[in-house]
Ligand binder design. Structure first.
Ligand code: ADP
Ligand code: MG
Length: 233
C-alpha cells in the first residue's frame, strides 16, 4: 500500500488534468450523442436544440479556460500599474454586472501601484475572482476590490456579500473541475492559484457562510517602470 500511495502521489498535475478533462468532456458529448439520436429518430423538439447548445457551450468554456493553461501565449513580465489593470478588467465586466444588479467598486489610496507581472495572466486572476464574487450574489450587491501597498507587498482584496463558502467546499477549492455551479467549469481558482504562484504571490480565503467572502492575494510590490523602459519590447 505504501508504494501505491507514492504512485498516486506522483500522479502529476498533468495526469490529473488529463483524466479530468476526458471525464468533463465526455459527459456533454454523451448527452449530445443521445439527443442527436433522438432528433434523428424524428423528434426535433426545441428543447433538444437548447440542450445541444448548452452542452456544446459547456465544452467550449472548458476548452477556453484550459487553453489559458496550455499555451501561456507570450508570457511577458513587466511592471504594470495594477490600478489601471483593475479599471480595464472592471469595465470589461461592467455590462454583466449591470445586468445582474451588481456594483463593482475599486478602492485604492494611490493613483497607481505597480506589480511586476504578466499583464494577461494577472487580468485573468482578477477576472476569475471578480466573476466568482458576482456569481456568489445572484440577487445583486456590491463587489469591493481594495488595493494597498504595505511593507514592500502589494495587497489585493476582492470581497462580496454573497452566500459564502462552506467548509466542505473550501476543502476542494483549487481542485481542477471542482464546481458547485450548474454552469461552472471548476477551473477558475486552479488557474488563479497557479498564476499567483508564478508571480511569487499567495492567496488566502476568508469566508463566512451566509455572509460573504474575501479573497486576499499578495505579491512583491513592483516599481514604476523607468521612462526609458516604457514601450520597450
Ligand atoms: P467555478 O466558478 O467554475 O465553479 P472556480 O474554481 O472559480 O470554479 O470556483 C470553485 C468553487 O468555489 C465555486 O463553484 C464555488 O462553489 C466556490 N467559490 C469560489 N468563489 C466564491 C465566492 N466568492 N463565494 C462563494 N463561493 C465561491
Ligand atoms: Mg469561477
Amino acid at each position: 500500500t505504501m508504494e501505491l500511495l507514492n504512485n498516486s502521489e506522483r500522479l502529476s498535475i498533468a495526469g490529473q488534468l488529463a483524466a479530468g478533462i476526458a471525464h468533463e468532456i465526455r459527459n456533454p458529448l454523451t448527452a449530445i450523442r443521445g439527443f442527436h439520436q433522438l432528433m434523428q429518430n424524428g423528434g426535433a423538439k426545441q428543447q433538444y436544440f437548447d440542450i445541444l447548445s448548452s452542452e456544446i457551450n459547456r465544452i467550449e468554456s472548458i476548452l477556453t479556460e484550459l487553453l489559458m493553461l496550455a499555451k501561456p501565449q507570450q508570457v511577458k513580465f513587466d511592471h504594470n500599474d495594477i490600478v489601471s489593470l483593475l479599471v480595464q478588467v472592471t469595465s470589461l465586466l461592467e455590462t454583466q454586472a449591470v445586468l445582474t444588479n451588481i456594483r463593482l467598486a475599486i478602492r485604492c489610496e494611490h493613483r497607481s501601484l505597480y506589480l511586476r507581472c504578466d499583464e494577461n495572466q494577472i487580468k485573468q486572476v482578477l477576472i476569475n475572482l471578480i466573476k466568482n464574487a458576482m456569481e456568489a450574489m445572484p440577487e445583486g450587491g456590491d463587489v469591493l476590490i481594495e488595493v494597498q501597498a504595505a511593507e514592500d507587498r502589494l495587497h489585493i482584496e476582492v470581497s462580496d456579500k454573497g452566500k459564502g463558502i462552506p467548509n466542505h467546499v473550501l476543502a476542494h477549492i483549487g481542485e481542477p473541475f471542482y464546481t458547485t455551479k450548474e454552469k461552472g467549469t471548476g477551473l477558475g481558482l486552479m488557474i488563479t492559484q497557479r498564476i499567483i504562484a508564478n508571480h511569487q504571490g499567495s492567496m488566502k480565503i476568508d469566508s463566512r457562510f451566509g455572509e460573504g467572502t474575501t479573497f486576499r492575494i499578495e505579491f512583491p510590490l513592483g516599481s514604476e517602470p523607468k521612462a526609458a523602459e516604457i514601450g520597450k519590447a
